[in-house]
Design a protein around this ligand. Structure first.
Ligand SMILES: Nc1ncnc2c1ncn2[C@@H]1O[C@H](COP(=O)(O)OP(=O)(O)OP(=O)(O)O)[C@@H](O)[C@H]1O
Ligand SMILES: [Mg+2]
Length: 302
């Protein structure tokens, strides 16, 4: 419904937003802690602007797809992902992290990845977490939505996901594990340094000299996974799609929101699956037999 393409629309509409528009967006955000759809009356009561000004602004915000307006037994409004993007991007601008939003360089099931540029011209990466779909027609859900403490709110879920990813990156980067250096996180956005190089799934046999080099890459990946485990983290979705090779062909583990702690219930199974995925990839891709005894890494869990 166009919602997933948010960031581009944001840059386009960003310039047209005034102070009141942003104020209203953040008031809606605050009141969404209480309501799935915020009664417009409550916004008017909350703000010191005239009703007419608020109505005009809401109309503009709706036109730019930054908010939904819905007619229930009251007239209500809620942020769209684009509206949430606008608030988060503005926060990054105000923290002097972001000067300009660049093009999209990747999109997964649950995220969009963009380039960002800082004041000093340095580029970095912005990952927009997008969990779930926003659909204002899903009326029947609205009661459980509040009862279950917002667990059905896609914006809230997306923020939790970004917080988890940032937390893992920060912990692991600080410990010297090969992961991207995190910069800041705001709402559903995570920013980090770009890993120049390529995704593991793209490598070819011709990228390597000898079979020995292939074995070294495999060992380096296992080495990094081990370090994660030693610091209490298991990736949980490790595969050739979530490993980048930097310019020295050294592996960097990316995409962390679904990590699990090593004390968690299924830690052994999840760690085994992670390692098995990598093993399978190497054997499939290079038609080599990798001799690796998984118990070596599993025993770190004991
Ligand atoms: N720090 C980085 N430097 C360079 N490229 C990156 C970086 N982080 C991610 N990418 C690129 O963006 C793609 C998507 O990132 P990531 O794997 O984190 O999210 P995702 O796979 O879209 O998430 P999901 O698993 O929710 O679908 C990666 O496959 C990679 O190509
Ligand atoms: Mg990924």
């Amino acid at each position: 419904m166009g919602i997933k393409m948010a960031p581009l629309s944001v840059t386009k509409s960003f310039r047209d937003l005034n102070r009141l528009d942003f104020r209203i967006l953040s008031v809606i955000e605050i009141l969404m802690a209480k309501h799935e759809f915020v009664p417009i009356e409550e916004i008017i009561r909350f703000m010191k602007y005239t009703e007419k000004k608020i109505q005009l602004s809401l109309k503009r915000l709706k036109k730019m797809n930054l908010v939904f307006i819905v007619q229930r037994h009251y007239l209500g409004t809620a942020l769209t992902f684009i509206g949430y993007d606008a608030l988060a991007l503005k926060a990054l601008v105000e923290k002097n992290v972001l000067a300009q939003l660049g093009p999209e360089i990747g999109a997964g099931k649950e995220s969009n990845v963009h380039l960002g540029m800082a004041d000093d011209g340095k580029e970095f990466l912005i990952k927009f977490h997008r969990l779930g779909k926003l659909d204002f027609r899903a009326t029947r859900k609205s009661r459980t939505f509040i009862a279950e403490k917002r667990h059905l709110s896609p914006l809230y879920e997306s923020r939790l996901s970004a917080e988890r990813e940032h937390k893992a990156l920060k912990a692991l980067y600080t410990k010297g594990v090969s992961v991207p250096e995190p910069i800041v996180q705001n709402r559903h956005l995570v920013t980090m340094r770009i890993i120049h190089g390529q995704d593991l799934f793209r490598i070819r046999r011709s990228d390597f000299g000898s079979e020995e080099e292939i074995a070294i890459l495999f060992q380096n990946i296992i080495q990094e996974v081990k370090k994660c485990v030693q610091h209490g983290y298991i990736h949980g979705d490790l595969s050739e799609y979530n490993i980048r090779l930097n310019e020295e062909n050294y592996p960097v583990l990316i995409d962390w929101p679904q990590y699990v702690n090593t004390e968690e219930l299924h830690a052994v199974e999840i760690l085994t699956r992670d390692c098995q995925n990598i093993l399978n990839f190497f054997e499939r891709k290079f038609l080599v037999k990798i001799h690796y005894d998984m118990s070596e890494i599993i025993q770190i869990l004991d």
